[in-house]
Design a protein around this ligand. Structure first.
Ligand SMILES: Cc1ncc(COP(=O)(O)O)c(C=O)c1O
Length: 528
């Protein structure tokens, strides 16, 4: 989430006018680490605390009405409290919330998904997107008998141990606190849009699955080039790897059949969550019968004990989520829903670019479908005063960080003061948003840009960015010198031992070297 610098009039006004949220945040921090329950809600000086929501709006503890572009982290394509969804959930509440047994709702829910998503010959329910990607990777490994997951820089697949490597810059970082090195070693991260690199990695023969956000990383923050997904399909097939489209965001949003229906590329497995459960907790893996049959029990000797993929889960296909999901997917089946949301998002993206161009300020808005992304302080090569799908000439690292600069932090607070809540510097449109809402947002955007200009925020941001670049360069040069010194010393002692030919001693020494390396890497990251 975007972070605002310590002292600006915008920040001071936010602290004053959102005092109830500040009080709630202080109280929350005593029992909830950092006072937030999702890392993505981290916001300086503190996030808003909400009491109720309806349509495209929510209201915070201080009584502010906020036009909502978070819409349940993208889950609420129909907006808050859509009548058909709430009616279905209410009806289900009266019939019980957990049967500990199969029910017709789960069958109807799976049928609805199979009717929309091209890859969905079979469907298995989970409780979240993170569980969906975990299950899909397990299925792929079991299906191929291979260990490695191939993923792409900046692509987000939830927070399970296999999903986090390469998700945030620096993309080539081989570690993450709390995830064993052995696990990290089973995940390979490549830049997106480089089919030759994918082919070379697949040729090593150990890749079980390629997982990709078909929108490009972080719902299109880092857009993919045309044809990349089709190339991935061909390469996965040629090398016997399973292709997984992570459609947790794009599913039912990019089109009734998700991104795969738009690009005409069918993966082996699709991971779903968010919209699939109509805004309630839930997820699913939808895939080919050939792969999904690994989840079945069989009478074959040894199958259930050693070959079946295990997948329990107390809340899988929970009746409340099933009811919400069925009602929501009925609406998602009609393409006019997505077309309406897409048109609103295009209006917003174009309007933001036109506003920036009119004010002569650096920045751009981009995206596709009903998502939008925005950054300030830099300008892409193909900047326009209209809609933009993919910014040119900006690195994946810069795009991934684009919503989290200090300048974007100020914009975020300023927009909330003006009654609009963005999501990671962008957001999602829903069926509950209107053209009037978009135009009001553009008015607020113009007003906040004016305020940022008055405060000199654009000049300050440029200075801060330059200082940060210089600091990073000095730091990495110093680290490189220290790393080389350590490696030289270790290589020297290994070479001495090799000469002596003392095999066992050498093995032990190698283990020590690995430990030393791991310790060095921890030290490098600022740990102990
Ligand atoms: C593409 C993608 N995959 C997986 C996930 C994880 O889903 P969940 O938050 O339900 O675990 C997300 C969440 O935003 C996502 O955007």
């Amino acid at each position: 989430m975007a972070q605002a610098p310590a002292t600006t009039t915008i920040r001071r006004e936010f602290e004053e006018r959102f005092a109830g949220s500040l009080a709630m945040h202080r109280r929350s921090r005593n029992v909830i680490p950092g006072g937030i329950t999702h890392d993505g809600r981290h916001l300086k000086p503190f996030p808003p605390y909400v009491t109720r929501a309806d349509g495209a709006r929510k209201w915070d503890v201080d009584g502010h009405e906020l036009l909502d572009y978070v819409v349940g982290h993208g889950a609420l394509i129909l907006g808050h409290n859509e009548p058909s969804v709430t009616a279905a959930v209410r009806a289900q509440l009266g019939n019980g919330t957990h049967y500990g047994a199969g029910h017709e709702g789960e069958v109807r829910w799976a049928e609805a998904i199979a009717g929309l998503i091209p890859s969905a010959e079979r469907v298995k329910f989970t409780s979240s997107g993170t569980e969906s990607t975990l299950l899909a990777v397990r299925l792929a490994r079991a299906f191929t008998g291979r260990p490695t997951l191939l993923k792409f820089e900046g692509h987000f697949h939830g927070w399970n141990d296999y999903a986090l490597k390469g998700e945030k810059p620096p993309f080539d970082d081989p570690t993450s606190p709390g995830i064993p090195a052995a696990v990290m070693g089973t995940v390979a991260v490549l830049p997106a849009d480089d089919p030759a690199a994918v082919e070379a990695r697949l040729a090593q023969g150990d890749v079980a699955a390629i997982i990709v956000e078909p929108s490009g990383g972080s719902w299109g923050t880092i857009p993919l080039g045309d044809g990349f997904l089709a190339r991935l399909r061909a390469l996965a097939t040629a090398h016997g790897a399973v292709l997984i489209f992570d459609e947790v965001i794009t599913g039912f949003r990019w089109s009734p059949g998700g991104a795969q229906a738009v690009v005409g590329v069918t993966p082996d497995l699709t991971t779903l969550a968010k919209i699939v459960a109509g805004g309630l907790p839930g997820g699913a893996v939808a895939g080919s019968a050939a792969v999904m049959k690994l989840l079945e029990f069989k009478d074959e000797p040894g199958w259930n004990a050693t070959r079946k993929v295990r997948h329990p889960g107390t809340f899988n296909a929970n009746p409340l989520s099933a009811a919400a999901g069925i009602a929501c997917l009925a609406r998602c089946a009609v393409p006019a829903l997505q077309a309406g949301c897409d048109a609103l998002a295009a209006r917003l993206r174009a309007g933001m670019n036109a506003t920036l161009a009119r004010r002569g300020l650096p920045g751009y808005a981009w995206g596709e479908s009903s998502a939008f992304h925005l950054t300030l302080g830099e300008t892409c090569a193909n900047r326009t005063d209209g809609d933009l799908r993919a910014p040119a000439g900006i690195s994946a690292v810069a795009l991934k960080k684009s919503g989290e600069t200090p300048l974007m932090g100020q914009l975020h607070l300023g927009m909330m003061l003006a009654g609009v809540e963005l999501f990671h510097g962008g957001g999602f449109l829903s069926a509950a948003h209107t053209e009037g809402d978009v135009d009001r947002t553009l008015g607020a955007f113009d007003e906040v840009l004016g305020r940022l200009e008055e405060e000199g925020a654009f000049e300050t941001a440029a200075t801060i960015e330059q200082a940060e670049l210089e600091r990073q360069r000095d730091e990495s040069e110093q680290q490189e010198v220290e790393r080389l010194a350590i490696l030289r010393r270790l290589r020297g002692s290994l070479a001495d031992l090799n000469d002596g030919g003392v095999e066992e001693f050498l093995r032990n020494k190698r283990a020590e070297v690995e430990l030393e390396n791991a310790r060095y890497e921890r030290w490098e990251k600022g740990g102990s």
